[in-house]
Design a protein around this ligand. Structure first.
Ligand SMILES: Cc1ncc(COP(=O)(O)O)c(C=O)c1O
Length: 396
């Protein structure tokens, strides 16, 4: 049947020759995926049962990223979602029923704390925060109604390394699911499933993206039971991801090894230099003995990453610390971490019952710059604060 050129624009018989074999994963875009026959129609989100029913449930690009993350983490299934916070929210929602009790470490990522305190309480979920260093002591907090125990190790900003196996043993004895935010480890420096967790969440935005140019998250799942619970809610929420972002994340994976190696070395060099400075009271870097939970890091981790905090010594005014940050040239002021650029942010309002740091805590992310240049930048910005010198806000 002859058809007009307008129809030909939609139903073309032309195409590229077959046989192209690229080393990289193609970007497959698509909302609608078509079926050959009505008998093939399905609306199944479980890709393993019947793949490619609708673009929302995954394209070959998004599913390849999911499979690659799952392979690295040793998961049975992995879901890719629009960001790290989306991954966290999804896990909370999957276990949120009225009357459910959830345990969350005080050192959890700030917006995770917010969703627990706000949205989940609205649904009648009972949230209890615990000291991240509680370890096996968490048994005393577990209840019949505890459905979910969160870990984040090292914790956000205050960097406590958690005894995940001890927490898992206590939680599993009471039938609770353990989820960990494994972003710091990039899914490789800490084996979440090997240490007993049921769910491992990552903000792929950080190390897997690696270039501060995308937002993505992953939820990796130990077995079919947690996959069913989380996957079912995921498809109802309709958390679509862009295959273009997934393609960037797949590219990031290929250089993750060299990136992590370089970041670990540079970060340790800068952290050790800061630890020797008179202006600094404590460096919170998991690989340094001054970090709470350092022995657990030695036992459970295979390496360290690019983010750490410092606590300025008492007597240095918060305004002086802010002025120090403003003097930095190479360190950019901004949230997030894991990219190529060194970053710095003051955290003067962290609320930790056991370790109150007050308005003296500053978090750094070390990037791919030369560590000698970063140290020179820090040295120049610290100089006006030197011990004995008058500090901003204090009488001259
Ligand atoms: C530990 C941790 N988890 C999750 C997130 C959230 O990731 P995203 O920015 O992709 O939502 C962040 C972001 O800073 C984070 O630091």
């Amino acid at each position: 049947m002859p058809i007009s050129w307008r129809t030909r624009l939609i139903h073309s018989e032309a195409g590229a020759p077959p046989g192209f074999r690229s080393l990289t994963t193609p970007v497959h875009r698509g909302s609608t995926t078509v079926f050959a026959r009505t008998a093939d129609l399905h609306d199944e989100w479980r890709q393993g049962v019947a793949p490619y029913g609708y673009g929302l449930y995954g394209t070959p690009t998004t599913l390849e990223l999911a499979a690659r993350i799952g392979e690295i983490e040793g998961a049975t299934h992995t879901l890719i979602v629009p960001g790290g916070q989306a991954a966290i929210a999804l896990v909370y929602l999957a276990f949120a029923t009225p009357g459910a009790h959830m345990l969350v470490p005080e050192s959890i990522y700030g917006p995770s704390r917010e969703i627990a305190n706000d949205l989940l309480r609205r649904f009648g979920v009972e949230i209890e925060f615990y000291d991240p260093l509680l370890g096996a002591g968490i048994a005393a907090l577990l209840r019949e109604t505890t459905r979910l125990v969160w870990c984040e190790s090292p914790g956000s900003v205050t960097m406590e390394v958690q005894d995940v196996p001890a927490i898992v043993a206590a939680a599993h004895a009471r039938g609770a699911v353990v989820a960990i935010d494994n972003t710091y480890a990039a899914g490789v420096l800490f084996d979440a499933f090997g240490h007993g967790a049921d769910i491992s969440v990552q903000a792929l935005t950080k190390y897997i993206g690696g270039h501060s140019d995308l937002l993505l998250g992953s939820v990796s799942l130990r077995d079919d039971a947690v996959y069913d619970a989380v996957g079912n809610v995921n498809q109802m929420l309709g958390m679509a991801v862009s295959p273009d972002d997934c393609s960037l994340a797949l590219r990031g994976l290929q250089t993750l090894g060299v990136q992590l190696e370089r970041l670990e070395a540079s970060t340790l060099t800068v952290a050790r230099w800061l630890a020797a400075r008179p202006e600094i009271a404590t460096v919170l870097h998991p690989a340094l003995p001054s970090c709470p939970g350092h022995e657990t890091w030695v036992r459970d981790f295979t390496g360290s990453a690019s983010v750490f905090s410092v606590v300025f010594r008492e007597g240095i005014a918060p305004e002086a610390i802010l002025a120090f940050i403003d003097r930095l040239r190479l360190f950019k002021i901004g949230y997030s971490w894991g990219g190529q650029t060194s970053l710095v942010v003051p955290h003067f309002d962290v609320s930790r019952q056991v370790r109150p740091y007050g308005p003296r805590l500053v978090r750094f992310n070390i990037g791919l710059e030369d560590s000698a240049d970063l140290i020179a930048d820090l040295g120049a910005a610290l100089a006006p604060l030197a011990v004995g010198a008058p500090v901003f806000g204090a009488p001259a």
